[in-house]
Design a protein around this ligand. Structure first.
Ligand SMILES: O=C(O)CCC(=O)C(=O)O
Ligand SMILES: [Fe+2]
Length: 305
C-alpha cells in the first residue's frame, strides 16, 4: 500500500535539517511543563514560546501549520517530527517540543481527568476491535462527540506504527460530506435524535449532550458535525435517523484520505471540520510482542473563545 493514497501533500509538513537540529537542542533545554487544572499552564506556554522564538525558521513552521489548518486549506495537518524523535526518543524532551509547537495552535488540555496531558493509546488485544485501543476498524468519529463543547482539535502522535504495516489513519471532510447529502437527509441529521457513549470524569468540554443533533446549524468555526459511526451499531436510533446517519457515513468514506502515521508524526485535526478514524491493524497481532505493538499518544486543544 502506498504511504499516502489520496491525501493532499500540503497537509504534510516536513522540517528542514537545520530546524530539526535547532528543535533537538531546544528539546534538551525546555523545562518541565506545569498544568493549571486540565490546561497547560500559561506560564509554561510563555516560557516555551520564548524558547521557540529564538529558533530560526520556527515562524515558517508555525505559519505552514496554521495555514494547513485554516478553513481555506483544509482542516488537518501532519507535522513530521521523526528525526527529532530519533534523536531525543519519544520521552519528556520530545514531548516538550511537540507540546510547545501545539501550544502555538491553541491551548493544550486533557479533558479526561484521570489521564496525563498526553494519554497513551496502546494496542489491547482484549479490547473491542472498533475501540481506540482495539485492533479493528475504528469508524469515522469526532472525539468527545457527546459534549456540548468538544475539544476544538484532537492530536494523535505516533510513537510506534503497527509493525505489521496496517492501521492507517483515515480522515474525512465532514462539511463537504454533509454538503453532498439530500436536504431531507440533512433535515433528519439536524434533529436531536442521536446519542452515543457515556459521559463521566470529563472537564472543560461543557455538559453532556444527549440526545444531540448531528448538524447543529452553527457556522463551521464554532459548530460541529457531531458524528460517530459507532452510534450506527451501538445506539438506539429510529429507522429514518439511522438511515440518514448511514448516508453521511457513506459520504465520509467516499471522500476519505488515508495515510499511515510514522514514528514521530503528529496529526492535528480540526474537529469542527474533519472526522477521523483508523483502518484495522494487520492480522497476526497475537504474534507481536506487546512492547512492539502500535502506540499513539493523544491530547486535545482548546481554541480561544
Ligand atoms: O488509532 C487511531 O489511529 C485513532 C484512535 C482514535 O481516534 C481515538 O482514540 O479517539
Ligand atoms: Fe478519535
Amino acid at each position: 500500500m502506498p504511504e499516502i493514497e489520496s491525501a493532499d501533500r500540503n497537509n504534510f509538513i516536513d522540517l528542514s535539517g537545520e530546524l530539526e537540529e535547532a528543535l533537538i537542542e531546544i528539546g534538551k533545554a525546555l523545562p518541565e511543563w506545569s498544568m493549571d487544572g486540565t490546561f497547560l499552564a500559561d506560564s509554561t506556554i510563555q516560557q516555551y514560546r520564548a524558547e521557540l522564538g529564538s529558533v530560526p525558521q520556527f515562524r515558517e513552521l508555525k505559519n505552514a501549520l496554521l495555514s494547513a489548518l485554516s478553513a481555506e486549506a483544509g482542516g488537518y495537518a501532519v507535522v513530521r517530527l521523526g528525526n527529532i524523535a530519533q534523536a531525543l526518543g519519544i520521552e519528556k524532551q520530545f514531548l516538550r517540543v511537540a507540546t510547545a509547537l501545539l501550544a502555538e495552535v491553541a491551548a493544550p488540555f486533557q479533558p479526561f481527568q484521570r489521564w496525563p496531558l498526553w494519554k497513551t493509546i496502546g494496542t489491547n488485544l482484549a479490547a473491542k476491535p472498533g475501540m481506540s485501543t482495539g485492533i479493528g476498524y475504528n469508524a469515522f468519529h469526532m472525539d468527545v462527540v457527546n459534549a456540548t463543547q468538544p475539544p476544538d482539535y484532537t492530536i494523535l502522535l505516533c510513537v510506534r506504527p503497527d509493525p505489521l504495516g496496517a492501521g492507517a489513519s483515515i480522515l474525512s471532510d465532514a462539511r463537504a460530506a454533509v454538503s453532498r447529502l439530500a436536504p431531507s437527509t440533512r433535515a433528519l441529521l439536524a434533529e436531536a435524535a442521536y446519542s452515543y457513549g457515556s459521559f463521566f470524569e470529563l472537564t472543560e468540554v461543557g455538559e453532556e449532550y444527549a440526545p444531540f443533533p448531528v448538524l447543529d446549524g452553527k457556522p463551521a468555526d464554532v459548530g460541529f458535525v457531531r458524528f460517530t459511526g459507532k452510534m450506527l451499531a451501538e445506539s438506539d436510533l429510529s429507522k429514518s435517523h439511522a438511515r440518514a446517519a448511514k448516508e453521511l457515513a457513506d459520504e465520509l468514506i467516499a471522500g476519505q484520505d488515508t495515510f499511515t502515521l510514522q514514528r514521530g508524526d503528529v496529526l492535528i485535526v480540526d474537529q469542527h471540520r474533519w472526522v477521523h478514524g483508523r483502518e484495522p491493524l494487520a492480522d497476526g497481532q497475537h504474534d507481536v510482542p506487546e512492547e512492539n505493538r502500535r502506540v499513539l499518544l493523544q491530547l486535545f486543544l482548546r481554541s480561544p473563545q
